[in-house]
Design a protein around this ligand. Structure first.
Ligand SMILES: Nc1ncnc2c1ncn2[C@@H]1O[C@H](COP(=O)(O)OP(=O)(O)OP(=O)(O)O)[C@@H](O)[C@H]1O
Ligand SMILES: [Mg+2]
Length: 257
């Protein structure tokens, strides 16, 4: 029996491109032959449906409240992967309650045997809902952009994840880079700060694994505006190629794990 590898996609600062990246990564991994499920884990402020151009009738909220069976909330996305959408504006998910916790655990436990990989598109920041969702994942991709505020917030997220979850490494994607190689520079800067301030505090090395960079590219906005996957509508764009390269690295990592 397979057991999906669970990857959380998160960020310190909001609006850096988590949902765009998650949806397009899912499409790329599906093409590579993986059975993929994306769970919109940004429970209160979901927007995966917008990026995918879907209008779900039944959401995770209906599953949590017992109104519908889990199976009915799973929809096939345009990229051929499955997704579970959350529904937006639900204030009850701004806090982590024992009910939300149990429901999330149960949904994931039920679905895990059916997929090779589950991607959790989380909210930004370090709220208890976000941190709890990430704690359910085998590994975590932190998305940052070259903006100083995004880097500071990425650092804060990495610090919290390593101190509260004992993680020895996180994966890093730098989105919206202005030129090739900028992602690696950002990764090195973040690694230096982590080595200096986080590693001594937790008593072990914490490694930032660079999984890739994605160019700042007007095609992304265009695809989101069209409610289409970038990989399908503008596959030759620089950003689409960046996402493909990240998917290849993730499948290579899964092969050695
Ligand atoms: N590589 C890129 N180049 C240009 N624009 C981008 C890129 N990545 C993301 N964007 C823009 O940023 C917007 C926000 O992206 P997205 O919704 O994926 O961010 P998010 O991190 O999921 O936000 P939130 O924290 O609100 O969940 C997109 O709609 C798009 O316009
Ligand atoms: Mg999002």
């Amino acid at each position: 029996m397979t057991r999906a590898h669970i990857t959380a996609v998160t960020s310190g600062k909001g609006g850096v491109g988590k949902t765009f990246l998650t949806a397009n990564l899912a499409a790329a991994l599906t093409r590579a032959g993986e059975r993929v499920l994306v769970l919109d884990a940004d429970l209160g402020l979901a927007n995966l449906d917008v990026v995918l151009g879907l209008h779900p009738k039944i959401t995770l909220h209906d599953v949590f409240t017992g109104n519908h069976k889990l199976e009915r909330a799973i929809i096939e996305a345009p990229g051929g992967f499955d997704c579970l959408l959350a529904g937006s504006g639900m204030v009850e998910y701004s806090r982590l309650t024992p009910e939300v916790r149990d429901q999330l655990v149960q949904v994931i436990a039920t679905l895990r045997p059916r997929y090779d990989r589950i991607l959790l598109d989380t909210g930004a920041g370090i709220s208890d809902v976000v941190l709890y969702t990430i704690s359910l994942a085998d590994d975590v991709i932190v998305v940052a952009t070259p903006e100083p505020t995004s880097m500071t917030d990425a650092y804060a997220t990495i610090k919290v994840l390593t101190t509260t979850q004992g993680r020895r490494g996180v994966q890093l994607v730098v989105n919206q880079v202005g030129q090739a190689g900028e992602g690696q520079v950002i990764r090195n800067q973040l690694q230096q700060v982590v080595d200096r301030y986080v590693a001594p505090a937790v008593g072990h090395a914490v490694r930032l694994h660079m999984v890739g960079e994605v160019a700042a590219d007007s095609s992304v906005r265009e695809a989101v505006r069209r409610r289409q996957l970038l990989l399908e509508s503008l596959p030759g764009s620089a950003a689409a190629q960046g996402v493909q390269a990240i998917a290849q690295r993730l499948t290579a990592l899964a092969a050695v794990a």
